[in-house]
Write a protein that binds this ligand. Structure first.
Ligand SMILES: *[C@@H]1O[C@H](CO)[C@@H](O)[C@H](O)[C@H]1NC(C)=O
Ligand SMILES: *[C@@H]1O[C@H](CO)[C@@H](O)[C@H](O)[C@H]1NC(C)=O
Ligand SMILES: *[C@@H]1O[C@H](CO)[C@@H](O)[C@H](O)[C@H]1NC(C)=O
Ligand SMILES: *[C@@H]1O[C@H](CO)[C@@H](O)[C@H](O)[C@H]1NC(C)=O
Ligand SMILES: *[C@@H]1O[C@H](CO)[C@@H](O)[C@H](O)[C@H]1NC(C)=O
Ligand SMILES: *[C@@H]1O[C@H](CO)[C@@H](O)[C@H](O)[C@H]1NC(C)=O
Length: 208
């Protein structure tokens, strides 16, 4: 009962919130590219990972909690009405969105990054609304990136004066709130994550 009540509150909050990122794209699937032929070409799906939360699991399955193939998710990309585009080649920053369909209402959801301070990778999670989204972008080749302008390897760290695109995506067996999926993950820093199951991937959108 407690879970049901808090879920309802979450869902209501999501539908009431004013939407800043309210310009939406055509629908698309997300497809992984990888040197690893098992992973190359797998799409991403939305896998239940808590009340109204979903991780971006590999549609081909392969995880403890998602051993079997499931249907690819259909995503949209929302931007603000007057978006700031630091570099057109890298694409306009916005939010990755998906609609959670319940028996009573449709819940617009968006991706944030879930950080665990004990490790060096984050997990993109879909949550209702757009309260704390991770800004992402699709470059001119439809490849998903995160943009930044700070050189963290400089001594001392400093702004570079230019916006850079980062593509630190991995397919990893993850463990989040009791679910062990093979998920899309984000590497923190330039090195490969310590999670031994992580395989380097690119994420590409393919319009449906
Ligand atoms: C994305 O934009 C569409 C169109 O305005 C809107 O219906 C949807 O709720 C937005 N999604 C999120 C998560 O804000
Ligand atoms: C998004 O919100 C802005 C500001 O409220 C408004 O001007 C614009 O028309 C909205 N766009 C859509 C697609 O609803
Ligand atoms: C990955 O899949 C694409 C599209 O099917 C193909 O063109 C490419 O050669 C594949 N890459 C590898 C390393 O197998
Ligand atoms: C390819 O990825 C799978 C996980 O999907 C992993 O089991 C396998 O070891 C990887 N192969 C290589 C050559 O890294
Ligand atoms: C925009 O990004 C591309 C790809 O990283 C880069 O080649 C180009 O120099 C950048 N343009 C500017 C004006 O910084
Ligand atoms: C930081 O970058 C700015 C502009 O890019 C430059 O003027 C400044 O000297 C740099 N500071 C250091 C400590 O390198």
């Amino acid at each position: 009962m407690k879970t049901a009540t808090s879920t309802l509150i979450l869902l209501l909050a999501a539908t009431i919130n004013a939407q800043f990122y309210n310009e939406t794209s055509k629908p698309f699937n997300l497809v992984l590219t990888s040197e690893n032929t098992t992973i190359n070409g797998s799409t991403l799906s939305a896998c239940h990972t808590g009340a109204a939360l979903e991780s971006l699991c590999l549609s081909k399955g392969g995880g403890v909690s998602n051993p079997n193939p499931i249907t690819a998710a259909t995503f949209n990309f929302n931007t603000s009405t007057n978006p700031f585009t630091p570099n057109a080649t890298l694409g306009t920053p916005g939010i990755l969105t998906w609609t959670l369909k319940t028996s009573s209402i449709d819940v617009p959801s968006s991706v944030y990054f879930n950080y665990d301070p004990t490790t060096d990778s984050a997990i993109p999670i879909l949550t209702p609304g757009s309260e704390r989204p991770q800004l992402l972008a699709f470059d001119d080749q439809d490849r998903l990136n995160v943009q930044g302008y700070i050189d963290w390897t400089a001594n001392p760290p400093n702004g570079t004066g230019t916006t850079m695109g980062y593509y630190r995506w991995y397919a990893c067996q993850t463990y989040f709130s009791g679910y062990a999926y093979e998920n899309l993950a984000w590497g923190l820093g330039a090195g490969k994550p310590e999670n031994p199951t992580c395989v380097s991937v690119g994420v590409k959108r393919v319009f449906v």
